[in-house]
Design a protein around this ligand. Structure first.
Ligand code: FES
Ligand SMILES: [Fe+2]
Length: 447
């Protein structure tokens, strides 16, 4: 369990909160390039860390992320006209470029304009677009920190697939904790029997070959941490799933497909996070099977609801908490433990989105928890984050991967090793990015 104070420290990400301040030191993945297909197209609302933004691709193709509210008198720049070289507020015609520079203030007398404009700047956050994704830096540095070196950001574009995105209606932390909790695979994601018929929708359920619960072995690092969840195989060998957590909100969990997929739990506000799963492979385009295993935009299961102009409605699946995620009791009786298809993180959401208080606010009160040995990675990541938050708040020291982005070059892998083998030593090469070498994948996620 956590104290109330530490729970708030971890979960709250708005401006001026310690976690929000820490996250703002990093580049943050925001929206995929496909949302801005043409220069000077319609601006789009976005929300990150509780701040309302307007994102747009200007007439030169450059991406901009401005605070939604015009510096003149606060009209929404969402209705700005995307004109030559910048966005013009529709209220009084003031115009801003992607850096926030005020280009025109036509309501002022012509002779006064230039001097007047010198003091006006829209709040603008630098954008960086790479491999189909737009990242934003919302921090205080004049020159942003170096760009994260995750493999998905450095591989050739053709080895990187379209980001798979899903809105999660809960605090970012409870969503993210599900990704570093291997023990739930044996229950939430399981199929009923080893030879259960594959379901008609989604991937087949997980199967633990001996039913012995996994044993977690956790290693904190300067970039976050990694762990092995070790399961016994019927022949006495051991199956290690080695997954990563990277500050401030990234994970890598292995499907056993040779890929190097990055997963980011990006908070829009304290009660909504976008899970951005960005698939890549070191030597080829990610396969159809990989995209299918990651949900493939829920194409097989209703897709997304029609979005409104509120960013919290983007990438909201048709099946969600308001219709019990499409739970099918026949599926539950015959094939799958939960009766919700195993598509993307839908089964996970049925667990994490409903962790609420009595009012239904999805920010769980962790003073009520009872943690066990299988929660070892969750505990370690909370400690790592709390120590990063307080070190930054009290000593202004940041985790190493802000300024040493090469620390992001790690991998999630699966190993099949003899019983008692030294998995950390055995996996040293495979846990690091290796050019033109697929991720080590001794076993698939679904046996
Ligand atoms: S409020 Fe935007 S120009 Fe006046
Ligand atoms: Fe899961």
């Amino acid at each position: 369990m956590l104290s109330h104070e530490n729970n708030q420290l971890l979960c709250k990400v708005g401006k001026g909160t310690p976690m929000g301040d820490l996250m703002r030191q990093y580049w943050i993945p925001a929206l995929p390039s496909r949302e801005f297909p043409t220069p000077a197209g319609k601006p789009m609302r976005m929300m990150l860390l509780g701040e309302r933004l307007v994102m747009f691709r200007d007439s030169n193709g450059r991406m901009g992320a401005l605070s939604e509210f015009c510096p003149h008198r606060g009209a929404s720049l969402y209705f700005g006209r995307n004109e030559e070289g910048g966005l013009r507020c529709s209220y009084h015609g003031w115009k801003y470029d992607v850096t926030g520079k005020c280009l025109e203030t036509p309501t002022e007398p012509p002779e006064r304009q230039e001097r007047f404009r010198a003091n006006i700047k829209a709040r603008a956050y630098p954008c960086h677009e790479v491999n189909k994704m737009i990242w934003v830096y919302m921090g205080p540095r004049e020159t942003p920190p170096p760009f994260p070196q995750f493999e998905v950001n450095t591989l050739p574009d053709e080895f990187v697939a379209e980001p798979q995105i899903m809105m999660e209606e809960a605090n970012w932390m409870q969503n993210m904790e599900g990704d570093i909790d291997s023990a739930h695979l044996d229950w939430l994601h399981r199929r009923l029997e080893e030879d259960s018929e594959p379901p008609s929708v989604g991937i087949p359920g997980f199967w633990n070959p001996t039913g012995v619960p996994p044993v977690l072995d956790v290693v904190p690092t300067s970039y976050g941490g990694f762990y092995s969840a070790r399961r016994k195989m019927a022949d006495g060998t051991e199956w290690h799933r080695v997954n990563q957590f990277i500050f401030p909100f990234h994970t890598m969990i292995t499907l056993g497909d040779g890929g190097v997929t990055l997963r980011s739990f990006v908070p829009l506000d304290d009660h909504h996070a976008m899970l951005i799963t960005h698939p890549a492979h070191p030597c080829q385009a990610p396969s159809e099977g990989t995209l299918e295993a990651l949900g493939n935009d829920f194409k097989s299961y209703g897709g997304f609801i029609e979005r409104t102009n509120d960013p919290r409605s983007y990438y909201m699946t048709k099946y969600n908490q308001r219709n019990d995620y499409g739970q099918d009791m026949k599926l539950q009786a015959e094939k799958m433990f939960l009766g919700i298809p195993f598509v993307g993180n839908l089964q996970d959401r049925a667990m994490t989105e409903l962790m609420t208080d009595d009012e239904g606010t999805p920010l769980y009160d962790r003073t009520q928890e009872h943690l066990g040995t299988s929660d070892a990675m969750v505990v370690t990541v909370r400690r790592q984050l709390l120590s990063a938050i307080t070190r930054f708040r009290d000593e202004k020291k940041l985790p190493d991967n802000v300024d040493q982005p090469e620390l992001d070059r790690v991998r999630a892998i699966t190993l099949r090793l003899p019983a008692g083998a030294d998995w950390k030593k055995e996996s040293e090469h495979a846990r690091a990015s290796q050019p033109n070498e697929a991720s080590r994948s001794d076993l698939l996620l679904i046996l």
